[in-house]
Design a protein around this ligand. Structure first.
Ligand SMILES: [Zn+2]
Length: 431
């Protein structure tokens, strides 16, 4: 058990004085309102206050965002508040504080390029540059945030009133064919690796590669990578993997695995989501699936041909993303943002997403579900558009009768259980 916490990951959280006063004032008002309505029942506002209180008391972590893609931009500052409506990011330290989000896994993301020596080398260079940017951001804002390597670090930083920056490697492409890189990325703070992204790579088959499977799941090299990750204490992330790859990973891994940002296929038929069969396998493995709040994974979108064609034009203009220079990637990103503003889609809601949680709890149990926003990588719901709105998720859970204990598991307890198990297994190997 960790100091200052209980087994569910609950902890006495740092609440700024001003905020505490506001909470106390609102609690006072709640007492008045309860006496006004007598014992007739709790109002919506009371439920909101109960949710706020729980949200501030449990440790909250988002297991996946792609915000580090902006860290290298000269005009991007994590300590500044950004406006996603004007093309800004969905995540920064001030809005994480507003939304009571204590920590997050910041992704070192590499788009899948060609499986050539040059492609692998470029991916490695890009990944290294992103690690650099993450460390620079943490150093620049050491008063606001710190790098976290374990749940224990997360709790400690939280007590200090700081945001925890965990690191995940999204796509094992930068490993190339060099198994020693797994250790190198571990040394740089990586605590999970999403084995592939939208296309097949040297490690495994992807769920969205139009070419179909090339390894029939996890490759032989992939098996070595999983073994190495187990031995170091890096969690294996099965988001983006083909169903067969997920099955192979679960069979190969000596410890529970995670899906850092995926949803339930039974609720939304998307190749990025996990079938009930895989959810059961994940539960048996004692792993966890972290709900991605990307609208298209939560609910099938309404057709939007004007937007599709505008996005297609940008896709054709820029070609292969992995071959673009950082400047061109930035240009393409801002063009996508303009199109998305011009042709907005009807986004799924927090309630739609919590339907997935209900389903997973029914199929796999409360110990196997969490939250991974995918902010700045496509994530965002109608009523959870950025890090400042995370409380809406807890509100919906409270409305549906989830206990504080269950909510603590969803917000961090389950993910941290897997992380601790991965670390404990690695320690045992070293002895
Ligand atoms: Zn992703």
């Amino acid at each position: 058990m960790l100091k200052g916490s209980n087994p569910d990951g609950r902890i006495n959280k740092f609440v700024p004085k001003k905020r505490m006063k506001a909470i106390q004032l609102r609690l006072g008002l709640m007492v008045i309102s309860i006496s006004l309505i007598g014992l007739a029942g709790f109002s919506q506002e009371d439920t909101r206050l109960k949710a706020m209180k729980i949200h501030r008391e449990v440790y909250t972590i988002d297991s996946h965002n792609d915000t580090p893609m902006s860290f290298g931009d000269a005009d991007f500052d994590m300590a500044e508040r950004h406006d996603y409506l004007n093309g800004g990011s969905r995540m920064d330290f001030p809005r994480m504080k507003d939304g009571g989000l204590d920590g997050a896994f910041f992704a070192v993301f590499t788009g899948q390029g060609p499986l050539t020596d040059e492609g692998r080398r470029n991916a490695y260079e890009r990944a290294k540059a992103t690690f650099d940017n993450i460390y620079k951001t943490a150093a620049q804002h050491a008063d606001l945030a710190g790098i976290a390597l374990s749940p224990k670090d997360g709790y400690r930083l939280n007590k200090e009133g700081k945001t925890s920056m965990f690191i995940g490697l999204e796509n094992g492409y930068p490993i190339g064919l060099d198994i020693n890189r797994v250790q190198e990325f571990y040394n740089l703070g990586t605590r999970y690796i999403t084995l592939c992204h939208s296309k097949n790579n040297d490690i495994c088959d992807s769920s969205t590669d139009k070419a179909g499977p090339v390894h029939n799941g996890l490759s032989d090299f992939g098996k070595q990578v999983v073994e190495k990750m187990n031995s170091l204490g890096i969690m294996v992330d099965v988001s983006h993997l083909s169903d067969k790859s997920v099955q192979d990973v679960i069979a190969a891994s000596k410890v529970p695995v995670i899906a850092s940002h995926s949803c339930a296929k039974a609720m939304c038929d998307n190749p990025r989501n996990l079938s009930d069969e895989l959810l059961l396998a994940l539960a048996k493995n004692n792993g966890v699936i972290q709900m991605c709040i990307l609208s298209a994974y939560v609910k099938n979108p309404e057709p939007n041909p004007a937007r599709d064609s505008a996005e297609n034009t940008i896709r054709q203009k820029y070609g292969d993303w992995s071959k673009l220079s950082p400047e061109d990637q930035k240009k393409a990103r801002s063009e996508y943002k303009v199109v998305r503003q011009k042709y907005p889609e009807a986004l799924a809601t927090v309630s739609d997403m919590v339907d997935h949680i209900d389903h997973i709890v029914k199929i796999a149990g409360i110990d196997h579900v969490g939250i991974g926003t995918d902010f700045d990588g496509g994530g965002g719901l109608a009523d959870c558009m950025d890090a400042s709105q995370m409380e809406n998720i807890t509100f919906e859970l409270v409305k549906r009768g989830y206990s504080k204990k269950a909510i603590a598991k969803i917000w961090s307890g389950n993910l941290f259980r897997v992380m601790n198990e991965a670390e404990a297994y690695a320690l045992k190997q070293k002895k």
